[in-house]
Write a protein that binds this ligand. Structure first.
Ligand code: HAM
Length: 436
């Protein structure tokens, strides 16, 4: 039997309802902030991710699932290298949503120079070739937002406030959410800061792991996130981003914090928060659930240089994404049922001789928008009732020869077992009333 790919999940039943609920709540909460839905392809040119996420990030270097057409695979195997492939032949499954949305914004000119900001949200699968474990999958699902064209620190604060409101609406105990924020500077101040961190790592080379020594050259700030406890201990004395901001970035960060204070949003400043994607400038943030041990349930930040990296005009931007699977785990741990109850349904039971009348009743109820089930396996009336119970039907419409001859149906409440007779002509109206 063919097997599901390791680190992927099938979404069905209550788990699927939970994923849909996350999207429904997103539509409500983000809609109030003026965000519209966008869907970009799950497959993009590798260049989209290399430009945006950054060549030296783990996501691009180690975790991207590359995609080639069948014919190309043979060519590549014969040649043993990708050299000579055109950009349009070098494809990857998206490891995250931001780079693709910004690529789409550039390509479709969503934010003409001087135009109004554009606010977009999305929901869909992302793919990263990570080692699968609890809360870490190879295909996972994100809900995310991107706000393009807004440089005001109020936008950073609103984005964070919207994220926290979203988590609350999903059912999280607000006291369990730990929001951390930091500022990573911009093109003016970050190069010098990066250099300082690089020098610090090299000065402590004998105490750092091989990965961090490689990071010193490729992406020194990632050393703050090293899995090795000793490296993190050493990095405690490293120069910190908030102490190395230019005046503009420092002022921006102060304003973001004061807006958050004004809105009563609790946050912790973490000067070592660096995030795993290179496009961030200034504000970055992450949210964890205390005690859930599933990793961050969401994160994001500002990316004022990303539109240019994707080939567009200089345009500020910011956003965040949250992970469905981690949220589902964390909510479950808090005893919150994200899936909710199965949708209410009505069951039409009948004796075989009046099957055509039952067929008509089923169609009429469905036309009226009622979720309606019936028997398609030739079951006895008794086992149809059992089936109705199993499906959680609230009402059962019972049709036998006597009912059909009299032009009525018996309506049975599956909990109280009370029954009433309803004319077939008024069946749909009465069922709708009872289900309301
Ligand atoms: P990210 O922090 O890489 O940011 O991912 C956002 C969320 O996706 C994480 O907080 C986590 O909940 C979930 N996630 C990430 N990787 C996995 C995985 N392997 N398995 C399960 N869940 C995972 C981004 O992706 C940025 N695009 C966010 C953003 C939008 N920044 C600005 N705009």
């Amino acid at each position: 039997m063919a097997q599901r790919v390791q680190g992927t999940e099938d979404l069905f039943g209550g788990y699927m309802r939970a994923w849909q609920r996350m999207q429904d709540v997103a539509r409500e909460v983000f809609g109030a902030y003026g965000f519209d839905l966008i869907e970009t392809p799950a497959i993009e040119q590798v260049a989209t991710f290399v430009h945006g996420i950054g060549e030296s990030t783990d996501v691009v270097r180690k975790e991207m699932f590359r995609v080639y057409s069948g014919a190309l695979v043979e060519q590549l195997l014969a040649k043993g290298s990708e050299d000579g492939l055109k950009a349009k032949q070098r494809l990857a499954l998206r490891p995250e949503g931001t780079a693709g949305v910004v690529r789409a914004a550039v390509q479709n000119n969503f934010v003409p120079q001087g135009g109004a900001p554009v606010k977009l949200w999305y929901a869909g699968p992302m793919f990263r070739g990570e080692r699968p474990q609890k809360g870490r999958l190879r295909q996972f699902h994100q809900v995310g937002v991107e706000w393009l064209g807004a440089s005001d620190p109020a936008a950073d604060a609103e984005c964070i406030i919207m994220l926290m409101r979203y988590f609350e609406r999903l059912g999280f105990d607000p006291a369990s959410l730990r929001l951390t924020i930091n500022s990573m500077g911009d093109a003016t101040c970050r190069p010098a800061y990066r250099e300082k961190v690089r020098s610090f790592i090299l000065d402590h080379a004998d105490q750092m792991c091989a990965d961090c020594l490689e990071r010193a050259e490729l992406n020194p700030l990632r050393a703050f996130d090293c899995k090795n406890d000793h490296c993190r201990e050493v990095m405690r004395d490293a120069p910190l981003a908030p102490n190395n901001l230019c005046a503009e970035c420092a002022a921006h960060y102060e304003q973001v914090k004061s807006y958050l204070d004004e809105a009563g949003i609790a946050y912790v400043e973490d000067p070592t928060l660096v995030r795993g994607l290179d496009y961030y400038t200034r504000t970055v943030f992450e949210v964890e659930v205390v005690g859930a041990s599933v990793g961050a349930i969401g994160g994001g930040g500002r990316y004022d240089g990303l539109m240019e990296l994707e080939g567009g005009k200089p345009t500020p931007g910011l956003g965040f994404a949250v992970g469905f699977e981690r949220i589902a785990l964390a909510l479950q741990a808090q005893g919150v049922d994200l899936a909710g109850a199965e949708p209410a349904c009505v069951y039409v039971a009948c004796t075989p001789d009046v099957r055509p009348s039952a067929f008509g009743a089923v169609l009429a109820l469905r036309e009226a928008g009622v979720r309606t089930e019936a028997d398609y396996q030739g079951r006895s009336l008794k086992s149809q009732f059992k089936q109705a119970n199993k499906l959680g039907a609230h009402l059962c419409v019972v049709l036998g020869p006597d009912e059909v001859a009299a032009g009525v149906a018996t309506l049975r409440d599956m909990q109280s077992h009370e029954q009433e007779q309803v004319s077939l002509a008024e069946l749909a109206t009465r069922v709708c009333e009872r289900m309301a």
